[in-house]
Design a protein around this ligand. Structure first.
Ligand code: HSE
Length: 291
Protein backbone atom coordinates (compact mmCIF):
# COMPACT_ATOMS: atom_id res chain seq x y z
CA UNK A 1 0.00 0.00 0.00
CA UNK A 2 1.25 3.51 -0.75
CA UNK A 3 -0.16 6.99 -0.11
CA UNK A 4 0.85 9.91 -2.32
CA UNK A 5 0.11 13.59 -1.98
CA UNK A 6 0.02 15.62 -5.18
CA UNK A 7 -0.30 19.38 -5.69
CA UNK A 8 -2.63 21.45 -7.82
CA UNK A 9 -0.99 23.27 -10.72
CA UNK A 10 -1.61 26.40 -12.73
CA UNK A 11 -0.55 26.15 -16.38
CA UNK A 12 0.30 28.63 -19.14
CA UNK A 13 0.79 31.64 -16.77
CA UNK A 14 -0.02 34.06 -19.60
CA UNK A 15 2.41 33.68 -22.51
CA UNK A 16 3.72 30.17 -21.72
CA UNK A 17 0.98 28.21 -23.48
CA UNK A 18 1.40 24.43 -22.99
CA UNK A 19 4.84 25.14 -21.49
CA UNK A 20 4.81 27.03 -18.16
CA UNK A 21 3.30 25.57 -15.02
CA UNK A 22 3.56 26.09 -11.30
CA UNK A 23 2.68 23.74 -8.45
CA UNK A 24 0.41 25.19 -5.78
CA UNK A 25 -0.16 24.15 -2.18
CA UNK A 26 -3.59 22.60 -2.62
CA UNK A 27 -3.52 18.81 -2.60
CA UNK A 28 -5.15 15.53 -3.50
CA UNK A 29 -4.10 12.57 -1.38
CA UNK A 30 -4.49 9.08 -2.83
CA UNK A 31 -3.84 5.66 -1.32
CA UNK A 32 -3.22 2.76 -3.71
CA UNK A 33 -3.33 -0.92 -2.85
CA UNK A 34 -2.78 -3.64 -5.42
CA UNK A 35 -5.49 -6.34 -5.52
CA UNK A 36 -5.86 -9.56 -7.58
CA UNK A 37 -8.23 -7.92 -10.08
CA UNK A 38 -10.76 -5.15 -10.71
CA UNK A 39 -10.85 -1.57 -9.51
CA UNK A 40 -12.33 -0.23 -6.30
CA UNK A 41 -12.59 3.52 -5.75
CA UNK A 42 -13.39 5.28 -2.52
CA UNK A 43 -13.97 9.03 -2.39
CA UNK A 44 -14.41 9.57 -6.11
CA UNK A 45 -17.37 10.60 -8.23
CA UNK A 46 -19.13 7.60 -9.80
CA UNK A 47 -18.34 8.91 -13.29
CA UNK A 48 -14.62 8.35 -12.63
CA UNK A 49 -14.91 4.90 -11.03
CA UNK A 50 -13.62 2.87 -13.96
CA UNK A 51 -10.45 1.84 -15.75
CA UNK A 52 -10.39 5.19 -17.57
CA UNK A 53 -9.71 6.94 -14.26
CA UNK A 54 -6.53 8.90 -14.98
CA UNK A 55 -4.77 7.57 -11.88
CA UNK A 56 -5.40 4.03 -13.16
CA UNK A 57 -4.36 4.93 -16.72
CA UNK A 58 -1.07 6.37 -15.43
CA UNK A 59 -0.53 3.41 -13.11
CA UNK A 60 -0.97 1.08 -16.09
CA UNK A 61 1.48 3.07 -18.23
CA UNK A 62 4.17 2.82 -15.60
CA UNK A 63 3.52 -0.91 -15.11
CA UNK A 64 3.79 -1.36 -18.90
CA UNK A 65 7.05 0.61 -18.95
CA UNK A 66 8.41 -1.72 -16.26
CA UNK A 67 7.22 -4.76 -18.21
CA UNK A 68 4.94 -5.83 -15.35
CA UNK A 69 1.29 -6.97 -15.59
CA UNK A 70 -1.37 -4.54 -14.44
CA UNK A 71 -2.84 -5.65 -11.09
CA UNK A 72 -6.26 -4.81 -9.70
CA UNK A 73 -6.30 -1.64 -7.62
CA UNK A 74 -8.05 -0.22 -4.62
CA UNK A 75 -7.79 3.57 -4.76
CA UNK A 76 -8.87 5.84 -1.92
CA UNK A 77 -9.01 9.50 -2.88
CA UNK A 78 -9.21 12.65 -0.80
CA UNK A 79 -9.51 15.43 -3.34
CA UNK A 80 -9.22 19.12 -2.49
CA UNK A 81 -8.35 20.21 -6.05
CA UNK A 82 -11.57 21.24 -7.82
CA UNK A 83 -12.34 19.30 -11.02
CA UNK A 84 -12.48 20.91 -14.49
CA UNK A 85 -11.50 24.32 -13.13
CA UNK A 86 -8.02 24.84 -14.66
CA UNK A 87 -6.11 23.86 -11.53
CA UNK A 88 -4.57 20.64 -12.80
CA UNK A 89 -6.91 18.08 -11.27
CA UNK A 90 -6.32 15.68 -14.20
CA UNK A 91 -2.55 16.02 -14.03
CA UNK A 92 -2.71 15.47 -10.28
CA UNK A 93 -4.42 12.11 -10.82
CA UNK A 94 -1.84 11.15 -13.46
CA UNK A 95 1.08 12.16 -11.23
CA UNK A 96 -0.46 10.24 -8.33
CA UNK A 97 -1.02 7.02 -10.29
CA UNK A 98 2.42 7.15 -11.90
CA UNK A 99 4.21 7.85 -8.62
CA UNK A 100 2.28 5.15 -6.77
CA UNK A 101 3.13 2.47 -9.34
CA UNK A 102 6.75 3.60 -9.28
CA UNK A 103 6.96 3.63 -5.47
CA UNK A 104 5.34 0.19 -5.08
CA UNK A 105 7.84 -1.38 -7.48
CA UNK A 106 11.19 -0.14 -6.28
CA UNK A 107 11.14 3.43 -7.66
CA UNK A 108 13.07 2.72 -10.87
CA UNK A 109 12.02 6.04 -12.46
CA UNK A 110 12.82 9.65 -11.65
CA UNK A 111 9.95 12.18 -11.70
CA UNK A 112 11.28 13.42 -15.07
CA UNK A 113 11.15 9.90 -16.48
CA UNK A 114 7.58 9.55 -15.21
CA UNK A 115 6.80 12.72 -17.18
CA UNK A 116 8.13 11.08 -20.33
CA UNK A 117 6.12 7.91 -19.71
CA UNK A 118 2.82 9.66 -18.94
CA UNK A 119 2.90 12.90 -20.95
CA UNK A 120 0.84 11.56 -23.82
CA UNK A 121 -2.18 11.02 -21.55
CA UNK A 122 -2.87 14.77 -21.64
CA UNK A 123 -0.59 15.52 -24.60
CA UNK A 124 1.03 18.60 -23.04
CA UNK A 125 3.30 18.63 -19.99
CA UNK A 126 2.62 22.03 -18.45
CA UNK A 127 0.47 20.70 -15.58
CA UNK A 128 2.07 17.29 -15.20
CA UNK A 129 5.67 18.56 -15.00
CA UNK A 130 5.10 20.82 -11.96
CA UNK A 131 2.79 18.23 -10.37
CA UNK A 132 5.73 15.80 -10.50
CA UNK A 133 8.60 18.21 -9.85
CA UNK A 134 7.13 21.08 -7.80
CA UNK A 135 7.75 24.82 -8.24
CA UNK A 136 7.69 26.81 -11.45
CA UNK A 137 8.58 24.51 -14.34
CA UNK A 138 8.87 25.02 -18.08
CA UNK A 139 8.81 21.87 -20.12
CA UNK A 140 8.24 20.10 -23.39
CA UNK A 141 8.37 16.50 -24.55
CA UNK A 142 10.20 15.87 -27.80
CA UNK A 143 9.82 12.44 -29.43
CA UNK A 144 9.03 11.03 -26.00
CA UNK A 145 12.06 12.71 -24.41
CA UNK A 146 10.96 15.00 -21.56
CA UNK A 147 12.78 18.27 -21.01
CA UNK A 148 11.91 20.27 -17.89
CA UNK A 149 13.60 23.26 -16.28
CA UNK A 150 12.75 24.70 -12.88
CA UNK A 151 12.83 28.46 -12.36
CA UNK A 152 13.09 30.40 -9.12
CA UNK A 153 10.18 32.55 -7.96
CA UNK A 154 10.50 35.74 -5.96
CA UNK A 155 9.62 34.79 -2.36
CA UNK A 156 7.06 37.59 -2.00
CA UNK A 157 5.16 36.71 -5.15
CA UNK A 158 1.64 35.49 -4.33
CA UNK A 159 -0.79 33.45 -6.41
CA UNK A 160 -4.49 33.92 -5.81
CA UNK A 161 -7.05 31.83 -7.66
CA UNK A 162 -10.53 33.16 -8.36
CA UNK A 163 -12.60 30.02 -8.87
CA UNK A 164 -16.11 30.15 -10.34
CA UNK A 165 -18.90 27.72 -9.50
CA UNK A 166 -19.01 26.38 -13.08
CA UNK A 167 -16.72 23.98 -14.95
CA UNK A 168 -15.02 24.38 -18.33
CA UNK A 169 -13.73 21.30 -20.09
CA UNK A 170 -10.19 21.51 -21.39
CA UNK A 171 -11.42 19.84 -24.58
CA UNK A 172 -13.88 22.70 -25.20
CA UNK A 173 -11.31 25.34 -24.27
CA UNK A 174 -8.79 23.84 -26.70
CA UNK A 175 -11.35 23.54 -29.47
CA UNK A 176 -11.82 27.34 -29.26
CA UNK A 177 -8.20 27.91 -30.33
CA UNK A 178 -7.21 28.79 -33.90
CA UNK A 179 -5.28 26.28 -36.00
CA UNK A 180 -2.80 28.97 -37.02
CA UNK A 181 -1.69 32.29 -35.55
CA UNK A 182 -0.08 35.34 -37.13
CA UNK A 183 3.73 35.33 -37.03
CA UNK A 184 3.68 38.58 -35.01
CA UNK A 185 1.55 36.93 -32.32
CA UNK A 186 3.99 34.04 -32.02
CA UNK A 187 6.85 36.53 -31.60
CA UNK A 188 4.75 38.48 -29.08
CA UNK A 189 4.38 35.38 -26.89
CA UNK A 190 7.97 34.17 -27.18
CA UNK A 191 9.33 37.57 -26.13
CA UNK A 192 6.91 38.02 -23.21
CA UNK A 193 7.47 34.46 -22.03
CA UNK A 194 11.24 34.78 -21.93
CA UNK A 195 11.16 38.13 -20.13
CA UNK A 196 8.44 37.01 -17.70
CA UNK A 197 10.48 34.09 -16.36
CA UNK A 198 13.28 36.40 -15.22
CA UNK A 199 10.86 38.95 -13.78
CA UNK A 200 9.08 36.25 -11.75
CA UNK A 201 12.45 35.49 -10.19
CA UNK A 202 13.52 39.08 -9.52
CA UNK A 203 10.05 40.23 -8.51
CA UNK A 204 10.03 43.18 -10.90
CA UNK A 205 6.36 44.13 -10.74
CA UNK A 206 6.36 46.50 -13.70
CA UNK A 207 7.93 43.91 -15.99
CA UNK A 208 5.61 41.17 -14.71
CA UNK A 209 2.62 43.40 -15.42
CA UNK A 210 3.84 44.16 -18.95
CA UNK A 211 4.99 40.63 -19.77
CA UNK A 212 2.18 38.47 -18.41
CA UNK A 213 0.34 38.91 -21.69
CA UNK A 214 -0.79 36.44 -24.27
CA UNK A 215 -2.12 36.33 -27.81
CA UNK A 216 -2.26 32.58 -28.35
CA UNK A 217 -5.11 31.40 -26.15
CA UNK A 218 -6.63 33.93 -23.78
CA UNK A 219 -8.25 36.12 -26.49
CA UNK A 220 -10.21 33.04 -27.60
CA UNK A 221 -11.03 31.66 -24.18
CA UNK A 222 -12.10 34.73 -22.26
CA UNK A 223 -15.49 34.60 -23.94
CA UNK A 224 -16.03 31.02 -22.67
CA UNK A 225 -15.76 32.24 -19.07
CA UNK A 226 -18.86 34.10 -17.88
CA UNK A 227 -17.75 37.22 -16.01
CA UNK A 228 -14.16 37.10 -17.29
CA UNK A 229 -13.85 40.81 -18.09
CA UNK A 230 -15.62 41.97 -14.93
CA UNK A 231 -13.44 39.75 -12.72
CA UNK A 232 -10.27 40.88 -14.53
CA UNK A 233 -11.17 44.55 -14.18
CA UNK A 234 -12.03 44.13 -10.51
CA UNK A 235 -8.80 42.25 -9.77
CA UNK A 236 -6.68 44.90 -11.50
CA UNK A 237 -8.52 47.72 -9.77
CA UNK A 238 -7.90 45.97 -6.43
CA UNK A 239 -4.16 46.08 -7.09
CA UNK A 240 -3.17 42.72 -8.51
CA UNK A 241 0.10 42.96 -10.43
CA UNK A 242 -0.98 40.73 -13.29
CA UNK A 243 -3.89 38.53 -14.24
CA UNK A 244 -4.37 35.48 -16.46
CA UNK A 245 -6.52 32.44 -17.07
CA UNK A 246 -5.31 29.49 -15.00
CA UNK A 247 -4.63 26.68 -17.47
CA UNK A 248 -7.58 26.28 -19.80
CA UNK A 249 -9.84 28.05 -17.24
CA UNK A 250 -12.34 28.85 -15.94
CA UNK A 251 -10.31 29.72 -12.81
CA UNK A 252 -8.64 33.11 -13.12
CA UNK A 253 -5.24 33.67 -11.57
CA UNK A 254 -3.95 36.83 -9.91
CA UNK A 255 -0.27 37.49 -9.23
CA UNK A 256 0.48 40.00 -6.50
CA UNK A 257 2.96 41.05 -3.82
CA UNK A 258 2.08 41.54 -0.17
CA UNK A 259 -1.36 41.12 1.35
CA UNK A 260 -2.99 44.35 0.16
CA UNK A 261 -4.48 42.88 -3.03
CA UNK A 262 -6.12 39.93 -1.29
CA UNK A 263 -7.55 42.15 1.44
CA UNK A 264 -9.00 44.58 -1.09
CA UNK A 265 -10.31 41.85 -3.38
CA UNK A 266 -12.03 40.10 -0.45
CA UNK A 267 -14.14 43.21 0.08
CA UNK A 268 -15.41 43.10 -3.50
CA UNK A 269 -16.06 39.40 -4.12
CA UNK A 270 -19.80 39.80 -3.62
CA UNK A 271 -19.93 42.39 -6.42
CA UNK A 272 -18.68 39.94 -9.06
CA UNK A 273 -21.21 38.48 -11.50
CA UNK A 274 -21.98 34.85 -10.54
CA UNK A 275 -20.38 33.03 -7.65
CA UNK A 276 -16.61 33.17 -7.30
CA UNK A 277 -14.37 31.87 -4.52
CA UNK A 278 -11.04 33.48 -3.72
CA UNK A 279 -8.26 31.04 -2.85
CA UNK A 280 -4.76 32.35 -2.11
CA UNK A 281 -2.22 29.55 -2.54
CA UNK A 282 1.43 29.22 -1.62
CA UNK A 283 3.80 27.66 -4.13
CA UNK A 284 4.46 23.94 -3.66
CA UNK A 285 8.18 23.37 -4.14
CA UNK A 286 8.31 19.58 -3.90
CA UNK A 287 5.74 18.10 -6.29
CA UNK A 288 4.16 14.72 -5.71
CA UNK A 289 5.38 12.97 -2.59
CA UNK A 290 4.98 9.56 -1.03
CA UNK A 291 3.68 10.29 2.47
N1 HSE B 1 -1.96 24.23 -21.59
C1 HSE B 1 -3.24 23.61 -21.43
C2 HSE B 1 -4.28 24.45 -22.11
C3 HSE B 1 -3.55 23.49 -19.96
O1 HSE B 1 -4.26 25.66 -21.92
O2 HSE B 1 -5.12 23.91 -22.84
C4 HSE B 1 -4.83 22.77 -19.69
O3 HSE B 1 -4.67 21.41 -19.72
Amino acid sequence: MVTVRVPATTANIGPGFDTFGCALALYNTLTFEETPSGYIFIGCDEAYQNEENLAVVAYRKVMDAMGLPMPGLSVTIRADIPVCRGLGSSAAMIAAGASAANALHGSPYTPLELLGICNDIEGHPDNLAPALLGGLVTSYVDDGIPVAVRYALHPELRFTALIPDFELSTHLARSALPKQVPFADAVFNVSRAAVLLKALETGDRAIIARSLQDRLHQPFRGKLIAGYEEVRDMALSCGCTAFCISGAGPTLLCLSFGEAFEQEMAKHMEELPGRWRMLPMAVDHTGVQVV
